[in-house]
Design a protein around this ligand. Structure first.
Ligand SMILES: Nc1ncnc2c1ncn2[C@@H]1O[C@H](COP(=O)(O)OP(=O)(O)O)[C@@H](O)[C@H]1O
Ligand SMILES: [Mg+2]
Length: 261
């Protein structure tokens, strides 16, 4: 078996195992897990989203990061959804958020307590997803946002999310690179935002095309850090794809291509 096929298999095995583990939980113990992790207000937000019919079922954890957890859930129609819940307890996160919110003309007059900041952060992710989608960049379709919770399309099947490019390199890197270059241009010129954390960690392959996600830190192109963030994104993308032997566009040239008139 090729290394790539092996990697693919082991990712799926792990994901399926994780999914099955989650499904063993009966409803009451799943609820208990959620109650331990989240504060009263967050539980109310999820409860409200359930009452609104946005979330029908909240199943296993897909990812448990420092700042957010991503759950696999289902909507009323039985389709998979991803539910990203920002943790309200991370003090470091709060410090980090400021620099991306301040200076973005879309988010003036923001209150500075942690819960309000995180709500703005979640709003920002939702709005960035929508703006990217409108610019024809392939992203998880945004479904709803409420306080610190963002609901979006689930990238994967039956609770098994697709691996990131980091976990599984694409079989057609030249084509994927070209598509990512197109997405960089569309994000800048049409959506007028810069991703800011673009790398193999935040791109998955789905239905033959790359999907870009994790856009909470993305900023307006008018933000003072936008230029720095764009250059970093370009450098990350070029580094990853040149390792896969793609003839990448030199950084300066690509930068001009993205921002050029
Ligand atoms: N819409 C989605 N569908 C499926 N899996 C997702 C989705 N959004 C995120 N994930 C999974 O959760 C992980 C973390 O999500 P991400 O948005 O990158 O948050 P962060 O990196 O800030 O923790 C991703 O690497 C991916 O595996
Ligand atoms: Mg990420």
């Amino acid at each position: 078996m090729s290394r790539r096929a092996h990697e693919r298999l082991s990712h799926r095995e792990k994901a399926v195992e994780r999914r099955d583990r989650m499904l063993i939980h009966d409803k009451s113990s799943e609820r208990a897990t959620i109650e331990e992790v989240f504060d009263q207000k967050t539980r109310m937000v999820i409860f409200n989203l359930m009452n609104d019919g946005v979330i029908y079922e909240l199943n296993g954890v897909v990812s448990s990061g420092k700042e957010a957890r991503v759950y696999w859930g289902k909507n009323k129609e039985g389709s998979d959804i991803a539910v990203k819940i920002y943790l309200t307890s991370s003090a470091e996160f709060k410090k980090g958020m400021h620099k991306y919110i301040e200076g973005d003309p879309r988010f003036k007059d923001v209150k500075h307590d942690t819960r309000s900041l995180i709500a703005v952060w979640a709003q920002k992710e939702f709005r960035n997803l929508r703006e990217a989608e409108d610019a024809k960049v392939n992203v998880p379709k945004p479904i709803a946002v409420k306080s610190n919770v963002v609901v979006m399309e689930f990238i994967g099947e039956n609770g098994v999310n697709m691996p990131s490019l980091k976990e599984q390199a694409p079989t057609n890197p030249d084509k994927v690179y070209k598509t990512i270059v197109t997405y960089l241009k569309r994000l800048y010129k049409k959506a007028k935002i810069v991703h800011g954390d673009l790398s193999e960690y935040n791109i998955m392959m789905w239905k033959g095309k790359p999907v870009v996600f994790d856009v909470s830190q993305s900023v307006s192109i008018q933000h003072p850090l936008a230029d720095f963030m764009l250059k970093r994104d370009i450098a990350n993308v070029n580094r990853f794809f040149s390792r896969l032997n793609v003839k990448v566009i030199p950084i300066e040239e690509l930068y001009k291509l993205v921002v050029g008139k």
